[in-house]
Design a protein around this ligand. Structure first.
Ligand SMILES: Cc1cc2nc3c(=O)[nH]c(=O)nc-3n(C[C@H](O)[C@H](O)[C@H](O)COP(=O)(O)OP(=O)(O)OC[C@H]3O[C@@H](n4cnc5c(N)ncnc54)[C@H](O)[C@@H]3O)c2cc1C
Length: 212
């Protein structure tokens, strides 16, 4: 995900057309809170799970894992806490821009899904179908939930604050789904694929929280 954003930064530097630059800049602005907020939260979760694998021993200083957990924790705070990144994403980058960057990025993901859909001529389409269907559904839900939040926020602005962190994590999982799907085009390791698919699908539980 970060390399993908890095590539967009390169495109921004190379681009000379003002309108295209604006489009790339908006895209980067949309990705920034997702990358910062989602990846640092998942990084901390991973470090915490690493400690859990060791059980009580993981908590003991000598293993070094407790230090990794502590170090990973700050990443969710400095350079903008997850709460602030989430408000930036939902308030400024999605609602204020009327979902422009969201629509453009989800269109890109749907383009990827179309490329591997069962009606395509792609040679990997049968292997990819277990990714493509959940990803397509997830992307439509991403758009739908964004619209629902926008409608609710018209009546009650507090909805933005209360939905924002879940929305950010949800967006991160959708964003991640594209790269897992992309990886699925190359990987033959079935168990890993299954685990990743589960991760993409398990994010469905976050839908309910966003809508509360
Ligand atoms: C070790 C360390 C190194 C640092 N280095 C630097 C540095 O080099 N340069 C620099 O500029 N800064 C640095 N900082 C500051 C860091 O960027 C801030 O700590 C960080 O942005 C969070 O701000 P804060 O601590 O004031 O928390 P606050 O803004 O007080 O936030 C406290 C909590 O309230 C939540 N919150 C705040 N506002 C809202 C809101 N409107 N709605 C909902 N929730 C909200 C936050 O998400 C957070 O959970 C450093 C901090 C630390 C701990």
């Amino acid at each position: 995900m970060i390399y993908f954003a890095g590539k967009i930064v390169d495109e921004l530097y190379q681009c000379e057309d003002e309108q295209t630059r604006k489009h790339i800049d908006d895209k980067l602005g949309f990705f920034t809170p997702i990358l910062k907020g989602f990846l640092t939260e998942v990084g901390f979760e991973s470090a915490n799970n690493g400690l859990q694998v060791f059980g009580g021993h993981g908590y003991i200083k000598e293993w070094g894992l407790e230090q990794i957990v502590r170090d990973a924790r700050i990443a969710t705070l400095y350079e903008g806490t997850t709460g602030i990144q989430a408000l930036d994403l939902l308030g400024r980058k999605v609602l204020l821009q009327r979902g422009k960057a969201l629509k453009s990025f989800t269109k890109e993901i749907l383009g990827f899904c179309k490329k591997y859909s069962l009606i395509s001529k792609n040679e990997h389409k049968h292997r990819m179908k277990k990714f493509i269907f959940p990803l397509t559904k997830a992307v439509f839900n991403w758009r739908r939930y964004s619209l629902m939040i926008a409608l609710k926020a018209r009546k009650n602005r507090d909805v933005i604050g209360s939905a924002s962190v879940d929305y950010l994590m949800y967006s991160g999982l959708r964003h991640h789904g594209l790269f897992l799907g992309n990886d699925g085009t190359k990987s033959q390791r079935t168990n890993r694929q299954k685990a990743r698919k589960y991760r993409v699908l398990s994010s469905q539980s976050q839908n309910c929280r966003i809508l509360l």
